[in-house]
Design a binder for this molecule. Structure first.
Ligand SMILES: *[C@@H]1O[C@H](CO)[C@@H](O)[C@H](O)[C@H]1NC(C)=O
Ligand SMILES: *[C@@H]1O[C@H](CO)[C@@H](O)[C@H](O)[C@H]1NC(C)=O
Ligand SMILES: *[C@@H]1O[C@H](CO)[C@@H](O)[C@H](O)[C@H]1NC(C)=O
Ligand SMILES: *[C@@H]1O[C@H](CO)[C@@H](O)[C@H](O)[C@H]1NC(C)=O
Ligand SMILES: *[C@@H]1O[C@H](CO)[C@@H](O)[C@H](O)[C@H]1NC(C)=O
Ligand SMILES: *[C@@H]1O[C@H](CO)[C@@H](O)[C@H](O)[C@H]1NC(C)=O
Ligand SMILES: *[C@@H]1O[C@H](CO)[C@@H](O)[C@H](O)[C@H]1NC(C)=O
Ligand SMILES: *[C@@H]1O[C@H](CO)[C@@H](O)[C@H](O)[C@H]1NC(C)=O
Ligand SMILES: *[C@@H]1O[C@H](CO)[C@@H](O)[C@H](O)[C@H]1NC(C)=O
Ligand SMILES: *[C@@H]1O[C@H](CO)[C@@H](O)[C@H](O)[C@H]1NC(C)=O
Ligand SMILES: *[C@@H]1O[C@H](CO)[C@@H](O)[C@H](O)[C@H]1NC(C)=O
Ligand SMILES: *[C@@H]1O[C@H](CO)[C@@H](O)[C@H](O)[C@H]1NC(C)=O
Ligand SMILES: [Cu+2]
Length: 615
């Protein structure tokens, strides 16, 4: 069924080859935790999905057919820069139209990067239903040696379909505080209780990828330390560590040298970050054991975990890692973007996520197509619509983004099309990570910060600490439209995103959208030119743009509006106990508040207090 084709170009004296996959995306069933069989997104009738492997320099071609029947989809190649091929980035309504059922799209791009990546659906909130897997780039010139290699994904897992959870539990009047749905279990490489078979006295490269919707995980191996050699596709100076904190979408490659004796098997321990969870059901297994297996006939012991709470574990601090390429701190920025993460209710009664005062709302035309069709107006933020939160960047500008956090949760931020230097962050991982929850949020202060590292760590996903901040820099050297967003899929669904329109004039010169991408839009009934409001005549007329719901009017409290929505709903469906609980909860948390911008930050603090980090 699966056709896999390799065209070696050795005859031309050229090592790069084309690697082609045909992906027929359909529903299948799976039961990876042994607790519930459920519908999952399969490829060519299989799940777990095929691991994609290429060599650096290869051309990767994936012919995707949407055979799901009931929903659109797409594929994002997480961490791939798509330099000159922005339209292959896979983000629906940013760089392409969502591919409707029955339609196909070819992704075709050159892979000129090293390391550990993944691919996942990027249409609405489709990847937690199983549509995600590793993408590995082998590099024969890697600056480290090893005898064997393992790829391991870590993930949270829900027993229900995401769209059901989203409308019934998350974006719902029953959830005015925006509590994220709690996963049913945690998987290790899409299964549980599995072993990595190793030989003694050998060195293994282990690639770890968190492909979760929501939850970060701690990772360690009893009795062993290891060396970090890559983060998110950036080789690092080999750096000894014993415990990692792997947030959603982050990757680590580690070198592990095995012991000389083969008498004992060692637990590989993963611990879900319980600080992210608003409640922990009794039957949720937060920590899981898999094994570094020296001897398959010997005992496979369960982990002995000597902390009572995940937050007592002290993970390696990724901001201290030094890239092997020694890229120096970028100079002072030409452009600074300053955004603050805020959670707040709008007049639907639901909780939304904001960067400043904007909750990302999809435009009516993919933003890339707006840039391509806007002519000289492509450099004007207005044509992309207020609610995509657009920022036009000049070609080759040094851009600094300051991300402050008014919220009490941590958020793994991802930028498409780049990795970025992380030059400041507070508080650090470890015993002080939750310190800022004790008072008001602490924002980055340009006149009072720690010295920036001379050779900063670079990666494509970085964790914004609770009520803290981080500062990143990159060069706008990759013309295209790139989305910058929190990778917790629930938060992306509630608007925690903005778009960067990088060098639109160079885009217009260099980019040509393939015909099959345009055909997909036609099938989806979406225009391939026009502004965010789908106005093709007057790009400055945005009156028909999609907008975020309205603010709760002055003088109304969030509690009032939520209660109002409840009373209307209750009249229809009758009062049920969950409503009363929900209301009591809102009442406790939002008494006497008139919806200041910081409101939800305070709510989130209380949420964290219910599940206090111990330090
Ligand atoms: C995709 O798979 C489904 C289910 O096996 C099959 O019915 C359909 O014909 C396939 N489509 C393509 C284009 O291969
Ligand atoms: C894994 O092992 C645990 C503990 O023994 C058990 O409860 C669970 O059902 C197992 N999971 C699977 C998928 O085998
Ligand atoms: C993929 O892109 C390359 C470079 O643009 C082109 O030469 C090749 O024909 C394309 N392959 C497919 C299958 O579209
Ligand atoms: C993890 O799963 C992928 C896909 O099924 C598989 O190719 C890979 O070998 C697995 N890794 C390990 C360590 O078993
Ligand atoms: C371990 O491997 C090294 C070479 O890689 C060899 O010199 C050494 O003797 C080995 N030790 C044992 C105990 O096998
Ligand atoms: C990618 O690998 C090459 C060696 O193959 C190395 O020179 C380069 O620095 C690596 N790039 C990154 C970002 O680590
Ligand atoms: C295994 O033995 C070799 C020499 O025989 C030694 O160099 C190495 O450090 C030992 N490895 C471990 C993990 O103890
Ligand atoms: C390990 O899991 C058990 C059961 O879920 C839980 O009681 C315990 O607190 C967990 N330990 C850590 C460190 O998360
Ligand atoms: C757990 O126990 C090990 C060995 O007894 C010790 O080295 C480690 O520091 C302990 N971890 C914590 C978090 O206390
Ligand atoms: C960023 O914006 C916040 C909120 O408006 C403000 O408090 C802070 O001073 C700004 N920081 C910078 C570096 O401009
Ligand atoms: C500067 O930052 C430090 C560390 O965050 C803080 O303790 C100190 O009060 C700040 N100083 C001023 C003048 O804001
Ligand atoms: C994109 O390619 C250009 C030209 O080769 C290069 O200068 C730039 O650094 C690249 N940017 C990224 C993010 O790969
Ligand atoms: Cu988030």
């Amino acid at each position: 069924m699966k056709r896999f084709l390799v065209l070696a170009l050795a005859a031309l004296g050229c090592q790069a080859k084309t690697v082609t996959y045909d992906f027929n995306v359909t529903w299948v069933t799976a039961n990876p935790d042994g607790l519930a069989e459920r519908k999952v997104v399969g490829i060519n009738n299989q799940w777990p999905l095929p691991l994609i492997e290429v060599d650096k320099g290869d051309q990767l071609v994936v012919n995707m057919h949407n055979g799901l029947g009931d929903r659109p989809c797409s594929i994002h190649w997480h961490g791939m820069f798509q330099n000159t091929t922005n339209y292959m980035d896979g983000a629906s309504m940013v760089t392409q139209c969502p591919v409707p059922p029955g339609q196909s799209m070819t992704y075709n791009f050159t892979v000129n990067q090293n390391g550990t990546y993944w691919y996942h659906c990027h249409t609405d909130y489709c990847y937690p239903d199983g549509y995600r897997q590793a993408l590995i780039v082998h590099d024969e010139h890697a600056p480290f040696k090893f005898d064997g290699e393992f790829t391991v994904t870590l993930s949270d897992w829900y027993h229900e379909m995401v769209d059901g959870i989203l409308s019934a539990e998350f974006m719902s009047v029953y959830n005015p505080t925006g509590a994220e749905p709690i996963p049913s279990s945690f998987l290790f490489n899409d299964t549980m209780n599995t072993s990595l078979p190793v030989e003694p006295n050998k060195t293994y490269l282990i690639r770890l990828i968190n492909i979760s919707a929501f939850v970060a995980q701690y990772f360690y191996i009893e009795g062993h330390t290891f060396k970090i050699v890559e983060i998110d596709g950036v080789y690092t100076e080999p750096t000894e560590a014993d415990t990692l904190y792997i947030a959603v979408a982050q990757r680590y490659a580690i070198l592990l040298t095995t012991k000389n004796e083969t008498t004992t098997n060692y637990p590989i321990v993963t611990v879900a970050d319980s600080a992210l969870l608003d409640g922990i059901p009794d039957d949720l297994q937060l920590n899981n054991t898999n094994w570094l297996e020296y001897n398959k006939d010997a005992d496979h012991p369960q982990a002995t975990i000597n902390v009572t709470d995940a937050t007592e574990l002290v993970p390696f601090d990724d901001i201290t890692l030094v890239p092997v390429d020694k890229m120096e701190l970028l100079p002072e920025p030409d452009l600074e973007i300053n955004v603050t993460v805020i959670m707040n209710n709008l007049n639907t009664g639901f909780s939304y996520a904001f960067l400043n005062n904007i909750s990302y709302t999809q435009p009516k035309v993919p933003s890339l197509y707006t840039a391509m069709s806007a002519g000289d107006l492509a450099t004007n933020n207005e044509v992309y619509g207020e609610f995509t939160h657009p920022m036009v960047l000049n070609h080759n500008d040094v851009v600094q983004i300051v991300v402050n956090n008014a919220d009490g949760g941590s958020h793994p931020f991802h930028l498409h099309g780049h990795n970025f230097q992380v030059i400041d962050r507070a508080p650090p991982y470890g015993p002080h990570f939750y310190d800022f929850l004790d008072g008001d949020p602490v924002y980055y202060d340009p006149s009072n910060h720690t010295a920036f590292p001379k050779i900063p760590a670079r990666r494509d996903v970085f964790v914004l600490p609770p009520q803290g901040y981080f500062v990143m820099r990159f060069v706008a050297d990759n013309p295209g439209v790139w989305i910058f967003h929190c990778h917790i899929d629930w938060h992306l669904a509630s608007g925690l995103a903005m778009i960067l329109i990088e060098a639109p004039e160079q885009m217009q010169e260099r980019i040509k959208i393939p015909q099959d991408h345009l055909d997909v839009c036609k099938a989806a009934g979406i225009l391939t030119n026009g502004n965010a409001a789908a106005d093709t005549a007057n790009f400055l007329d945005l009156k028909n743009q999609a907008a975020q719901p309205g603010w709760i009017p002055d003088g109304f409290t969030a509690r009032g509006i939520v209660a109002l929505v409840f009373s209307i709903l209750s009249a229809i469906i009758g009062i049920i106990s969950i409503v009363i609980y929900g209301l009591a909860d809102v009442k406790n948390k939002q008494e006497d508040e008139t919806v200041p911008e910081s409101e939800q930050g305070e709510v989130a603090v209380e949420e964290t207090v219910e599940n206090p980090p111990k330090s």
